[in-house]
Design a protein around this ligand. Structure first.
Ligand SMILES: *[C@@H]1O[C@H](CO)[C@@H](O)[C@H](O)[C@H]1NC(C)=O
Ligand SMILES: *[C@@H]1O[C@H](CO)[C@@H](O)[C@H](O)[C@H]1NC(C)=O
Length: 114
């Protein structure tokens, strides 16, 4: 496992504890980074982040890796993705909750410092 992935997992763990939401890590499985559904979720995360942030205008590039876990019909996606901020390409960590089909909530989004 790459060091930055480990950092991302730690950050996400912290975020999930901070928001008091349990994520069953034991339940996680890797996502297919070419799955159109996973790409749609990554795009949702970026669009949502761009909406919430006044300065960010990120452009999606690709999904690097990710895990998903399903609990009680809710699926939590933890993705590492690459996006361009207008001057350079960076990696970001995103957590998206899918409640029912196509009902997404962005739970977490942050630049991964390399
Ligand atoms: C884009 O990301 C780079 C590297 O993190 C940063 O130095 C630069 O300021 C960012 N540019 C914009 C427009 O946010
Ligand atoms: C999506 O979830 C929100 C909040 O849980 C809910 O209010 C909304 O009705 C849902 N939308 C759909 C299309 O299921």
């Amino acid at each position: 496992m790459k060091f930055q992935s480990l950092i991302f997992i730690l950050v996400v763990l912290f975020a999930s504890v901070a928001t008091n939401q349990a994520i069953a890590l034991s339940n996680s499985s890797p996502v297919n980074i070419n799955d159109p559904h996973v790409i749609e979720i990554a795009n949702f995360a970026i669009t949502e982040y761009n909406k919430k942030s006044t300065e960010a205008k990120l452009k999606f590039e690709k999904v690097i890796n990710g895990l998903s876990s399903t609990i009680n019909d809710e699926t939590n996606y933890r993705l590492t993705l690459a996006a361009n901020n207008g001057s350079s390409s960076n990696n970001y960590g995103a957590v998206v909750l899918e409640k029912s089909s196509k009902n997404y909530t962005l739970r977490f989004f942050a630049l991964i410092h390399t």
